[in-house]
Each structure stands twice: as structure tokens, then as C-alpha cells.
Write a protein that binds this ligand. Structure first.
Ligand SMILES: [Zn+2]
Length: 228
């Protein structure tokens, strides 16, 4: 009986000793080695850039892209949409529309760009209005909160597209301006709209204006027709 008591006491002491072992002491020892900083054996100019830098997509800004940069400084971040108009006249140009808009009491031409039809200016000729050069709000698409005047670039094609289609040169010029605006102002094709679609109070730019085809053309790669 005394032996059994000794045996039990010794087991109790051994198990108690095991519990009290410090866990840090039981962890395997680590060996620390000193690493020398990596130095490429190649001279600096022959080193290849990292793979991520090689495969990173570049922003598509072709060198031959025509630019209509504003005369006074940089392009404003205000532009979020583009509103297309027709003049609803047989002839015209920026000068004639400027006179017309001033007679209405406006400070100057309401549009930012005007694309000629061969009457006042050559067919497809792009005129840049003073509002674009000043990066100033438009006066072409009145809405209750004035969003489309404050944030919309106004482009007017000379002609009445309730009666006929814009000329191929007008459409080619429009595509060039839209490509420029979509890249430099980061406006996607679905943000291009028309005066009539915004207000619902006018037919501008007329049923013969091919908005869907213009948007489709912008989504496709640049063709020879899009070049300046
Ligand atoms: Zn309009």
C-alpha cells in the first residue's frame, strides 16, 4: 500500500513538472542568416523592367490624334457628357450662330464646337467656339438644374436633320471631335446624347441623325476616316 502511494505521488510530480515547462524553451531554435542585398550583375541600362511594368496597358493616346486643347490653360474636369445638336437651318457657321445667340440675350455662341456643311464654312470644317477655349459652361441645353449646360460639351452640326442626313464629312469630323473628347475628358460613348433626348421638348438633332451609328463608331478602333 505504501508502495502504491509513492508510485502515485511520483506520477503526480512528473505530470506537474511537464505542465510547468516553459513553451518558449520547447520551440525549435531558429538559425538567423544574414542576407547580402541583391545586386544585378548587369549594368543599369540593360536591366529589363519588371514583368508587371511590361504588361501594364498603356492609355490609348495615338500620336496622330488631333487635339483641340483650350487656348487658355488645361481641360477642365467639369465635362461629364456631350450633347449633339443640329442648327435646323440650311446654312450657317459659328459666326452666324454667335450673332443669333447674342440677339437672344446670351453673352456669346452657346455651343463649344460647330461643324460646317459647306455653306458658311467647308463641309466637315470644325470651328472651336470661345466657350471651349475658356472652358466655360455651355448655353445649348436648358434643364431645371442646368446640368447639361454646366457639364455638357455642346456640338452643333449645321443642317436640318429632320429633313436630311448629315454629310459623310460632317460625321467623320464629328467622330474626330468625339474621340478627342472621350479620351481627354474621359467621356464614354454611352454618355453622348442629343438635345431632344435630354429635354424631350425638341426634335434636335432630328430623326435622320444616326446617334447609334456614331456611338458604335466610337467603340470601334480608329480607322483611316477618323484620322485628321
Ligand atoms: Zn439643339
Amino acid at each position: 500500500m505504501r508502495r502504491i502511494a509513492y508510485f502515485g505521488a511520483s506520477i503526480f510530480l512528473i505530470s506537474g513538472a511537464c505542465v510547468n515547462v516553459d513553451p518558449i524553451e520547447r520551440a525549435p531554435r531558429r538559425t538567423v542568416t544574414y542576407r547580402r542585398p541583391y545586386r544585378s550583375p548587369l549594368p543599369a541600362e540593360t536591366r529589363r523592367p519588371a514583368a508587371s511594368r511590361l504588361t501594364r496597358p498603356q492609355r490609348s493616346k495615338p500620336a496622330y490624334m488631333p487635339t483641340w486643347m483650350p487656348t487658355y490653360g488645361r481641360i477642365s474636369p467639369r465635362w461629364k457628357t456631350i450633347v449633339i445638336h443640329h442648327s435646323a437651318t440650311r446654312s450657317g457657321g459659328a459666326r452666324a450662330f454667335d450673332r443669333f445667340h447674342r440677339k437672344k440675350g446670351w453673352d456669346e455662341l452657346g455651343y463649344h464646337f460647330v461643324i460646317g456643311n459647306g455653306t458658311d464654312t467647308p463641309d466637315g470644317f470644325i470651328e472651336v467656339g470661345p466657350r471651349w477655349n475658356k472652358q466655360k459652361h455651355g448655353a445649348h441645353c436648358k434643364t431645371p438644374n442646368n446640368y447639361y449646360n454646366d457639364h455638357g460639351v455642346g456640338i452643333c452640326l449645321v443642317g436640318d436633320f429632320t429633313k436630311w442626313r448629315p454629310s459623310p464629312r460632317q460625321l467623320a469630323s464629328l467622330e474626330r471631335v468625339l474621340r478627342f473628347l472621350s479620351i481627354y475628358c474621359r467621356i464614354p460613348a454611352h454618355r453622348i446624347t442629343t438635345h431632344g433626348a435630354v429635354t424631350g421638348k425638341t426634335q434636335c438633332p432630328g430623326g435622320h441623325f444616326p446617334l447609334a451609328a456614331v456611338r458604335r463608331a466610337l467603340r470601334s478602333p480608329i480607322t483611316a476616316a477618323s484620322l485628321p
